[in-house]
Design a protein around this ligand. Structure first.
Ligand code: NAI
Ligand code: MG
Length: 339
């Protein structure tokens, strides 16, 4: 079967990791009978230079038609410039659930072996609604928007997932002691949803304590259910359990479309040097392949990744190796082919 997939290489390390991932996905698909028709688009500063738009209309149309996209990171300027491409795409396609599995790869040694937790991050509301004004010079204001609809549907997504995949526990992460109305509403909605899932244990932890608890003992957690900002921060923290940002994949899921992308950003500090670890985007592609109902292709790639990490000879610098992005990708392909 041929799948039409919208591809956004992004900038910084984006083009390097997407090139590596497309090559691996093509190689896996060739062996399992899955073919891909990639529709490639720029977004961000590069797109603006070429088309006068940060997110070209053709990209929107493509995602609308294909309903699935694989996306590299895009640099978001601080201060002026343009709004985050990610936030804009997530809102435009109502991709309300950001799913981020944090799981150690067998073979890669970290300080926290055997971590297996999932972050369900609400993806369209909270302080990321971008409703900011300079009230008067010297006073800036940002509106935190939390709705019953938004909170209920992310809670529902987390509990549905837990039930379907036999997960035992969900913690709502909050600061309702201070933000009584917004985080209070988020908790109320989660509690209501929780009553429909007696098989899943439901707990609540305050976000600052959660940071300490995670570093002391991440094994106490199974699924973290969060608002947008806390989920963003906790994702990067949790990535350290499994080897850092080069490893953690993600999926932005809505009712109509899904955009698969790594947790990490454009990593300007290592861009263009063949240093980036493509594993995070590659594991995002594995999530995409499951979404496209291509489990054989997904499993072939995952097995290839695990073989390369288990062997430990062709790893990128961020995980203690000396190999480049391209060599890592070729090692994954070789591992898939010799399996
Ligand atoms: P970052 O995630 O790009 O980098 C943080 C650190 O992790 C850097 O030291 C970087 O070298 C390292 N790192 C990240 N990904 C890696 C990989 N695949 N392999 C090896 N090392 C990796 O975060 P930073 O520097 O705060 O943000 C850079 C830009 O990316 C900003 O403009 C930000 O807005 C944007 N960004 C975009 C995202 C997206 O498009 N989804 C997500 C997060 C940030
Ligand atoms: Mg982030």
């Amino acid at each position: 079967k041929t799948h039409k997939v919208t591809l956004v290489p992004g900038d910084g390390i984006g083009p390097e990791v997407t090139t590596a991932v497309v090559k691996i996905v093509e190689a896996a698909g060739a062996a399992t009978g899955a073919a891909f028709d990639w529709h490639t688009f720029d977004a961000g500063a590069d797109a603006f230079a070429k088309t006068g738009e940060y997110i070209p209309k053709a990209l929107y149309n493509s995602i609308e038609q294909n309903r699935v996209a694989l996306k590299g990171p895009v640099t978001t300027p601080i201060g002026g410039g343009f709004a985050s491409i990610n936030v804009t795409l997530r809102k435009k396609f109502d991709l309300f659930a950001n799913f981020r599995p944090i799981k150690n790869l067998p073979g890669l040694k970290t300080n926290y072996p055997g971590v297996d937790l999932i972050i369900f991050r609400e993806n369209t509301e909270d302080l990321y609604a971008g409703l900011e004004v300079m009230v008067v010079p010297g006073v800036a204001q940002s509106l935190k928007i939390i709705t019953e609809k938004g909170s209920t549907r992310i809670a529902k997504a987390a509990f549905d997932y837990a039930k379907k995949h036999g997960r035992k526990k969900i913690h709502s992460i909050h600061k309702a002691n201070i933000m009584k109305l917004t985080d209070g509403l988020f908790l109320d909605c989660a509690r209501k949803v929780a009553t429909g899932f007696p098989e899943v244990e439901y707990k609540e932890h305050i976000v600052d304590n959660t940071c300490m608890q995670l570093v002391m003992n991440p094994y106490q957690y199974d699924i973290l259910l969060t608002e947008n900002l806390y989920g963003d921060i906790l994702s990067d923290l949790c990535s350290a359990f499994v080897g850092g940002l080069g490893l953690v994949p993600g999926a932005n899921l809505g009712a109509e479309c899904a955009i698969f992308e790594a947790v990490h950003g454009s990593a300007p500090d290592i861009a263009g040097k063949d240093l980036a670890n493509p594993t995070a985007l590659l594991q995002s592609a594995v999530l995409m392949l499951h979404h496209l109902d291509e489990p054989a292709t997904a499993e072939r790639i995952q097995a290839g990744i695990e073989a390369v990490y288990a062997e430990g000879k062709t790893l990128t610098k961020d995980v203690g190796g000396t190999s480049g992005t391209k060599a890592f990708a070729d090692a994954v392909i070789a591992a898939m082919e010799s399996a």
